[in-house]
Design a protein around this ligand. Structure first.
Ligand SMILES: Cc1cc2nc3c(=O)[nH]c(=O)nc-3n(C[C@H](O)[C@H](O)[C@H](O)COP(=O)(O)OP(=O)(O)OC[C@H]3O[C@@H](n4cnc5c(N)ncnc54)[C@H](O)[C@@H]3O)c2cc1C
Length: 519
């Protein structure tokens, strides 16, 4: 083997890839992470322009308890590496009729909000809490089944501990409802008032699907909000940075500005990678943390795949894009009342975004739009220059526009949205903007090499979630493993971490065979 060869090369420094890299470096393998950009973390990161440090993609973490599984496997304490802080209020909701509600974490205090909106819906809210709590308790029990080692991640004994117990039995009927009903039907079963249906049912925005095509299970995100949306001190980038530090501590390496052009093959076996510029890095195994479409069609090469496989990969639908713009404000706006604000139109307009605009490649009227506004510096002033404020605004829009070119209208459109946000939620916003960066779907695709700028890589519909997503062990190329949002179980910062655990677990189980057949 040449001096510069590695046991494992990881393509991409997203949370999924770094999770695998940290675990495998701890295991004593010689690991190298290759990141095409100059910044760590991919969609879970913060940029830094003149002291304004907005979230690049992800704006909070739900189910942060999952991170204990990783830190247990690393034999470290989560608290020593990451300071997750709960968001309370969960968010500030601005609805289409102009009404505005700060939503508290506390279940009873939230009950008061529900009563103030529609007294007749309080019983439905209590039923909703009881049902969601059953699933939440089952989830906590499942999360408690920590694996003893990487090999034991999918052991029958652990799966049994995860799946069987009184909490799981109690949760079964609700879970069945979550999996068989769409979000709209599920939420309508609890609430009658349209404003509450909106407050408890807009999370299809995360699935990037209309509510009638979105799994009822997304309703759990609302409940997780009560139990805790969390934001790490130092911004979302604190998560990949912590994983990077741990990996480096175990002897792993990382290179920035290193773009992988090709996965080198020997027969049907991955043998390392070739970078843009021609440098070759041999490795016994490769983990790809990037979009499966790019991994297979470009890096492995469609010509090296069976025709049916290339066709299947090509057909997997991308999730919708999450165009974003970042705003650096010259002073703090009092109307930004919490870390996160959600600005929504009324229910009818919201539902029509998909059919009337999105599916037809059209930009909607700003008044019809829904926005997630995250203010990273609200609870962590270090993320903006003293006395100033930073915002990331995420909205929904198609990747392909029928009448416009994103590169030409991106910035103008973002300013229109700024004006709309000023009107609907944040008076005086435009005059405070000191710096703005509009990241259209095309721009996100370019910056992160993320096909279609897709929010979660592949679509998060029932038929593309969990085991229906690509597996961690490639069935097409030996020695190739997949982590990240396009793989089982799906997108989102906690789930990609799980994918990183599973990819490294699969690799470790195969390790003796891989060593015997490599180079
Ligand atoms: C706008 C937006 C908002 C989001 N909000 C949330 C949220 O609030 N909460 C949440 O949990 N999730 C959220 N998500 C989803 C979440 O951020 C992602 O699912 C997750 O971070 C993806 O991690 P990953 O491991 O798949 O890798 P990615 O983050 O996709 O990173 C892949 C990395 O690979 C690099 N790369 C690509 N090609 C190459 C190559 N050829 N060679 C070398 N390097 C390469 C990229 O530069 C990138 O750094 C959001 C996503 C977006 C886009």
């Amino acid at each position: 083997m040449s001096v510069d060869s590695y046991d494992v090369v990881v393509i991409g420094s997203g949370v999924g890839g770094l999770t695998s890299a940290a675990l495998l470096a701890k295991r004593g393998l010689k690991v190298l992470v290759l990141e095409q950009s100059r910044r760590i973390g991919g969609c879970c990161s913060n940029c830094d322009v003149r002291g304004f440090r907005p979230d690049v993609g992800a704006i909070f973490v739900i189910a942060h308890e999952m991170y204990h599984i990783l830190f247990d496997l690393l034999e470290m304490r989560l608290e020593d590496h990451l300071d997750f802080r709960p968001l309370d209020p969960v968010y500030d909701a601005v609805l289409g009729d102009g009404s505005r509600y700060l939503l508290p974490r506390d279940v009873d205090a939230m009950g008061e909000v529900v009563r103030s909106i529609s007294p007749g819906d309080e019983d439905g809210y209590r039923r909703w809490c009881r049902d969601m709590d059953r699933v939440f308790r089952a989830y906590l029990k499942t999360m408690g089944a920590t694996p003893r080692s990487l090999e034991a991640v999918l052991s029958p004994e652990r799966l049994l501990r995860m799946g069987v117990g009184p909490q799981q039995a109690l949760a079964l009927p609700v879970a069945a409802k979550h999996l068989t009903r769409n979000l709209e039907k599920l939420v309508n079963g609890y609430f009658r008032d349209d404003r509450l249906r909106m407050l408890f049912g807009w999370e299809n925005l995360y699935a990037a699907l209309p509510a009638h095509r979105c799994l009822g299970a997304f309703s759990m995100i609302t409940y997780f909000g009560r139990m805790g949306y969390h934001y790490p001190k130092g911004g979302m980038i604190a998560i990949p940075r912590a994983l990077e530090r741990i990996m480096l501590g175990f002897g792993g390496e990382i290179r920035y500005g290193a773009s992988v052009q090709r996965i080198m093959l020997r027969g049907r076996r991955a043998a390392g990678v070739r970078l843009e510029g021609g440098e070759e890095i041999p490795a016994s195994a490769v983990i790809s943390d990037i979009h499966t479409r790019t991994t297979y069609l470009d890096l492995v090469g469609a010509e090296n795949l069976p025709a049916w496989a290339a066709k299947t990969v090509r057909r997997q639908p991308c999730s919708i894009p999450a165009p974003t713009f970042y705003l650096g404000l010259s002073e703090k706006l009092p109307s930004v009342r919490s870390h996160m604000s959600v600005v929504l139109p009324d229910k009818l307009r919201f539902d029509r975004i998909w059919t009337n605009y999105y599916d037809r490649g059209l930009l909607y009227r700003p008044d019809d739009g829904g926005f997630l506004v995250s203010c990273a510096s609200h609870d962590d002033p270090d993320l903006a220059p003293p006395g100033k404020q930073v915002l990331s605004v995420i909205y929904v829009a198609p990747y392909r526009l029928q009448y416009y070119d994103w590169d030409r209208i991106g910035e103008e459109w973002a300013w229109e949205l700024v004006d709309n946000l000023e009107k609907r939620a944040f008076p005086g916003l435009r005059s405070k903007v000191e710096w703005m960066d509009s990241v259209t779907p095309l721009e996100l695709e370019r910056r992160l090499r993320l096909p279609e700028g897709a929010f979660f890589g592949l679509e998060m519909s029932g038929t593309n979630m969990g085991p229906f997503r690509p597996n961690w062990r490639s069935r097409l190329v030996e020695g190739l493993y997949l982590a990240g949002q396009c793989t089982n179980p799906g997108g989102g910062v906690p789930l990609v971490m799980l994918s990183g655990i599973h990819a490294s677990s699969a690799l470790v189980k195969d390790w003796n065979k891989l060593k015997a057949t490599c180079c």
